[in-house]
Each structure stands twice: as C-alpha cells, then as structure tokens.
Design a protein around this ligand. Structure first.
Ligand SMILES: Nc1ncnc2c1ncn2[C@@H]1O[C@H](COP(=O)(O)OP(=O)(O)OP(=O)(O)O)[C@@H](O)[C@H]1O
Ligand SMILES: [Mg+2]
Length: 281
C-alpha cells in the first residue's frame, strides 16, 4: 500500500499539472494558485440575469482552503447557476469571482478554469463506458480526453501508483478491470469523481451527488466526500438534508440568488427565515 506521505506528495498540485510547467503547451495559463490567505474561492457581489430574472442576486461566498461546504436551498435558488459562474460556463452581469488571491475566474474560459484546478462533477457522468475503470482514470490523467493514443503510452510507475491510489479512494479497487458500463449507478458517479481527482483539482464542485443512489451508496459517497476535504476544497450542492447533515460542517443556504443563512446544520435548520423559505416551497 502506498503510504500517506507518498499520497500527499502526489497530490501536491504543483507537481501534477504537467502543463503548468513553464514553457509547456499551456504555459499561457501557468498561474499558480495563491491561497496565502487560506481562502480558495471568493465570490463577491455576483449577479446573473436571464431575461431580466435574477438567478443570482448579489451573491457572496467564501470557501476556505480544504473545507467541505454544503450549499442548500429550494429549487431555483441559483445553486447550479453559482457553479456555472465559478466554472466559467456563465458570465456574471456583475461581481467578481476569484480562485485564490489572483485568478479572476470571470476573465477565464471554462477550459482555463478547469486547467487551473477547479473540477466539476456533473450529474450525468462523462465516463467512457467501453473502457475499464483503470483506463478511464488513465485517460483522465491526460488533460485532453480526446487523445486516445495516450491509452497506449507507457505509464510511469508514479502514474500507475497514482491511479491505484485514486481507485482505492473511490472504492473501486475490486472493479479496476471492469468496463465502466458494468458499474452500478453509484459506482459510475464515484468513477467520475476519480477522473476529476486525476487532474488534482484544488476545488471540487459537486452538484446533487447522491441523486439515484441506494442508501449504501449514499453513505459511502458521504465518506468519500468527507475524505477528500483537507486535500481539496469541496463544495457540495444537495437537497437531501440527512445526507447534508452527515457531511456538513458549514452549510450555506441560498434563496433567490442570495445567501440567506450560513452556519452549522443546526444553526441553519433553526433559522426562522430558512424555515419559512422551506415551508413555502
Ligand atoms: N440558461 C437559463 N436560462 C433561463 N433561466 C435560467 C437558466 N438557467 C437557470 N435559469 C433559472 O435561474 C433560476 C436558478 O436556477 P438554478 O438551476 O441555478 O437553481 P438551483 O438552485 O440549481 O435549483 P435546483 O435545486 O432545482 O437544481 C431558476 O429560476 C432557473 O429557471
Ligand atoms: Mg440545480
């Protein structure tokens, strides 16, 4: 078994992003993440309108380095739109979003943001069904998933170790040679998380991770996300309150594109405004 210190060494982001090496293919975006203030994400005064409707309305959110943050809120509160802004899919009408001290997310493309270290887990996993778990992780290690020849390139032993570590993390060691299409629904979700981890994101955004999962898969997903915090910052959007309670330290409640409350699960669940918003659903 690889030791924990080895794991940590591999997880150091300045080592894993080959393309961030000066002079590399993507040198133009080779900007180091500066988390000297221990805050990985600053979202300030963000507003997004769709045909005059404000999906986000002066949203402010700060994510600490290594924290696991849960975001809850009624349907249409703006949770997914918030992730769209952070990942560059949607450009805000107003406000700023910074990754660390220096990276202005509103000025970066989706690709640049992903390459800079923000990974996003979509609800429908983008895995390669005909390929094994191992091959999927291998593909993800190379930035460009379209480069199929990489499948046949020789892996260094460090790269192989890394895949084996990730496969352990995502609880798929026994399925490593199984074609992805034969995984259960929950296992496919974990594989996609593993593929994101291969890129070593500093910040991981996960929207409704347990939708469609069995109770057991849900519990294991809670363990997985909890285990990722510390080495990564993780932002989880989820409706299932029992699940949120099982993983949350700090919970942010969104309502009408704005932060309604923030605090421990007990604090937000006892917040009168939060109660009214949920009763009104
Ligand atoms: N591309 C779009 N065009 C028009 N309206 C949009 C668009 N995307 C989101 N909206 C609207 O913005 C609001 C916020 O949507 P969003 O998907 O962010 O909510 P959410 O909190 O993720 O909700 P849910 O819990 O249902 O996933 C909703 O009223 C939605 O209809
Ligand atoms: Mg949503």
């Amino acid at each position: 078994m690889p030791s924990k210190s080895k794991f940590k060494e591999v997880m150091r982001r300045d080592r894993v992003f080959d393309f961030m090496v000066p002079g590399g293919r993507h040198a133009v975006i080779a900007k180091q993440l500066d988390i000297s203030h221990d805050i990985v994400l600053y979202v300030e005064g963000i507003s997004v309108s769709f045909d005059g409707f404000k999906a986000l309305n002066d949203l402010n959110l700060y994510i600490n380095n290594g924290e696991l943050r849960c975001i809850i809120g009624p349907n249409g509160a703006g949770k997914t739109t918030m992730m769209d802004v952070i990942t560059g899919k949607t450009k805000p009408d107003a406000g700023t979003a910074f990754f660390g001290q220096t990276m202005d997310l509103t000025a970066m493309s989706e690709y640049e943001i992903a390459a800079a270290g923000i990974g996003r887990k979509f609800q429908k996993p983008t895995i390669f069904p005909e390929h094994t778990v191992f091959e999927n992780l291998e593909l993800a290690m190379h930035c460009d998933k379209r480069v199929w020849t990489t499948l046949f390139a020789r892996l260094s032993s460090a790269q192989q170790d890394r895949i084996l570590e990730i496969v352990d993390t995502i609880m798929l060691a026994a399925q490593i040679n199984l074609q992805a299409k034969n995984l259960s629904h929950g296992q496919k979700q974990w594989l996609e998380i593993g593929m994101l981890l291969m890129q070593n994101p500093q910040l991981l955004l996960v929207d409704e991770p347990i939708a469609g999962m069995t109770q057991q898969e849900t519990e294991r997903t809670a363990e997985l996300l909890t285990s990722l915090a510390g080495q990564h910052s993780v932002v989880v959007v989820e409706h299932d309150m029992e699940f949120v309670r099982s993983i949350a330290k700090t919970v942010t409640v969104l309502h009408e594109g704005h932060v309604l409350a923030e605090g421990s699960m007990d604090e937000v669940q006892n917040n009168q405004q939060v109660i009214e918003v949920y009763l009104g659903e």
